[in-house]
Design a protein around this ligand. Structure first.
Ligand code: NDP
Ligand code: MG
Length: 386
């Protein structure tokens, strides 16, 4: 039995992961789950799966939690440090990194340090510290398996050839809810409309990232580190149906794509069962009706976040940590009505420009810069806002 710990089990990826694990009970066992605040959902998961550990990372909630709601065989522990203990525990084989944001960095690094197989949904970890994490994995023998649908598609398509035969990869993007919008329409975007994604159901942060195309920017950086590519080998194409999850183009011109309905259960399961494939509870393609697939280039002027991703992928060093922290705070401030939608890439640009660049920072330097960039972004006021 493979022993699985799901960090961020109450989120969108986490709950899809538990659905997948429900279908794999004969070969995998869920030994650990975690939430930050939604302890009732966490408690319900322990009743269903009876894991050995449940971590509530917001230790401040300890007094308000009703421990009797948890399975009697589950040990409930509190605080962010417990996430890293779980991620590196000897009795865990696979860690699903499904916490949102840089909050997932410490536990993902702990899993890599302990040489685990890490099914990585938490792309922010690779944006903040891609080279450090990849180098650590090389040293410890940890495996980093992509969960992000585009990167899972690339990973699957890569198996059609060798690494040196790869010419480039093409990441697909739905274009988000504002595909084809005008500049005036983008100026007026509210959190409510930005949270309505046309093809994917996801947590709020990545849903806003998808609307600004910052998600694709983060994915360009994620792909660079996961697949050891030059930024020039990464392209982005808008594909509104979200059925083709990405392509790999080989040196002979052959493009290999992976297709499936837009649902995360398949890429999550593939990361858990790789190198094998198994029946999956996700929806399947229906080829019985007429439909078409569209592709067009992204509008880089209207969505400047995308270019930031390429720039950060080219410059590396401290840029990823700064971009990520600025974006996390900007998304938060937008959701609270403090910033306009179009301010998100603007503040990221401003904070990136203001930071002191270091081409080869340590992990602790990246953590310090994360704090600095959050403070800068919190203070930032748009000169263009009325
Ligand atoms: P959600 O917001 O739905 O879930 C986030 C999870 O992380 C929850 O379990 C949440 O706990 C926990 N969490 C939140 N803040 C903290 C914190 N400070 N410390 C520890 N745990 C925390 O996010 P998603 O599932 O949408 O996304 C998770 C990751 O997967 C992100 O990195 C995202 O980019 C990536 N991803 C998501 C996809 C999707 O389809 N959703 C697709 C591809 C990648 P609580 O429930 O208590 O708040
Ligand atoms: Mg994705």
């Amino acid at each position: 039995m493979k022993r699985i710990a799901v960090l961020g089990s109450t989120g969108s990826i986490g709950t899809s992961c538990l659905e997948v694990l429900d279908g794999l009970r004969d070969q995998m066992v869920l030994v650990g789950v975690s939430a930050h605040t939604r302890w009732q959902d966490l408690a319900a998961q322990t009743l269903d799966f009876e894991p050995r550990w449940a971590v509530l990372s917001d230790a401040g909630l300890a007094d308000s939690v009703s421990t009797s709601a948890f399975a009697s065989g589950t040990k409930l522990v509190y605080g962010a440090d417990e996430l890293s203990k779980l991620a590196s525990h000897d009795d865990v084989d696979v860690v699903v990194a499904a916490i949102v944001g840089a909050a997932g960095l410490q536990s993902t690094v702990a899993a890599v340090e302990a040489g685990k197989t890490v099914a990585i949904a938490n792309k922010e970890t690779l944006v903040v510290a891609g080279p450090q994490v990849v180098e650590l994995a090389r040293k410890t023998g940890a495996k980093l398996l992509p969960v992000d649908s585009e990167h899972s598609a690339v990973f699957q398509a890569m198996q059609s050839g060798s690494k040196r035969e790869v010419k480039r990869i093409v990441l697909t993007s739905s274009g988000g809810p504002f595909r084809g919008a005008t500049r005036e329409q983008l100026e007026a975007v509210t959190p409510d409309t930005a949270l309505r994604h046309p093809t994917w159901e996801m947590g709020p942060k990545i849903t806003i990232d998808s609307a600004t195309l910052m998600n694709k920017a983060l994915e360009v950086i994620e792909a660079k580190w996961l697949f050891d590519l030059e930024p020039e080998q990464i392209e982005v194409v808008v594909h509104p149906q979200s059925v083709v999850h990405s392509f790999v183009e080989f040196v002979d011109g052959s493009c290999i794509a992976q297709l499936s309905p837009p649902d995360m259960k398949l890429p999550i399961q593939y990361a858990l069962t790789w190198p094998e494939r198994m029946e999956c509870p996700g929806p399947k393609m229906d080829w019985s009706s007429v439909w078409s697939l569209d592709f067009h280039p992204p509008d880089r002027d209207l969505f400047p976040a995308l270019e930031l991703g390429f720039e950060v992928a080219r410059n590396g060093g401290t840029c990823g940590a700064v971009l990520n922290a600025a974006n996390e705070v900007a998304v938060d401030r937008f959701l609270q009505g403090q910033l306009k939608f179009v301010d998100i890439p603007r503040v990221c640009r401003a904070v990136l420009d203001a930071h002191h660049f270091d081409p080869s920072p340590s992990l602790s330097e990246l953590v310090r810069l994360d704090v600095w960039a959050r403070e800068e972004t919190t203070r930032w006021k748009s000169s263009r806002s009325t």
